[in-house]
Write a protein that binds this ligand. Sequence first.
Ligand code: ADP
Ligand code: MG
Length: 325
Amino acid sequence: MNSTAQPHSHLFHRVSTLPATPDPRPEFALIDWLRTQAGAHSEIPCGIGDDCAVLNPGNQQLVICKDVLAEGTHFTAETPPDLIGRKALAVNLSDIAAMAAQPMAAFVGLVLPRSRGRAFAERVSEGVLALAREWNVSLAGGDTNSWDGPLVISVTVVGTLPGPAVTRAGALPGDWIMVTGPLGGSLQSGRHLTFTPRISEALALRELVSLHAMIDLSDGLAGDLFHILRASSVGAKLFAEAISIHSDVPADLPFTDRLQHALRDGEDFELLFTVSPADGSKLLALPDLGTPIARIGEIVAGSSAVLIMNGEEQPLSPAGYSHSL
Ligand code: ADP
Ligand code: MG
């Protein structure tokens, strides 16, 4: 290892203790409070309190992702503020899981509605902080603004890769298409606010098998599958009867309607991945990963996808959620 390329934590003055005098200005008082809540991390010698955070991840690759959430699109005016903060972090942890990476640090951008005051800002932040603690993620920075509009929250997460990144490109004809957990009904049931990001599952899968391609399901199986197909230049067959439909989808609907929920509702935040048939069989033979894993299809040559239902093939279109511009 080139010692000049790797910063050492002893070279940095640690910014962990608050100054003795409190800052009376509301923005900085909130930031001071966040500093007391942020959590120490052995690989983050400098977190909240300076112009930038300093990360010292050792000899590893980093992954970085960001999601922006806005009232009216990802949550409503009635959503409990802690669940908004939780979701803003959780969707990023789901992206980190989709690369089979380990989350390390979060950076939170807040545009706060002035009318809701400091208590609201704290409740949003507490939702972020509680989930961050669960996953040993340090809140290492951010930015705080306010305005007369509704809440906007943006979270960036930095993670480390224990091995090669698992991208969307890499699916091969013959691969099994597999998915964690049942799908559908997340938005209607509120599961999109409380889901568990599949980090443990992704890290366990990385240890057990060779993951060829992976994505987290945010826009619906039918839409997100096409990201893997396009990135990998392959096609797919999906087995309709093998797709596990979540109990959040009303049980009294006909099967084809229930299936449409599983294919298109979105915000499931499960993992969709492809592996060799040998690795796929190995996974199905395992007792449990905590979350059930199903084989729902196969990668084929070409670029199109079909759904096989009652033994008959029908084309599968990529329609899933897309923000209109
Ligand atoms: P600057 O003006 O240099 O950008 P700021 O006053 O915006 O500094 O932020 C001061 C410190 O507080 C920085 O370390 C920044 O990352 C952190 N910070 C600001 N807002 C938040 C927040 N909502 N969550 C976490 N850290 C924050
Ligand atoms: Mg700033």
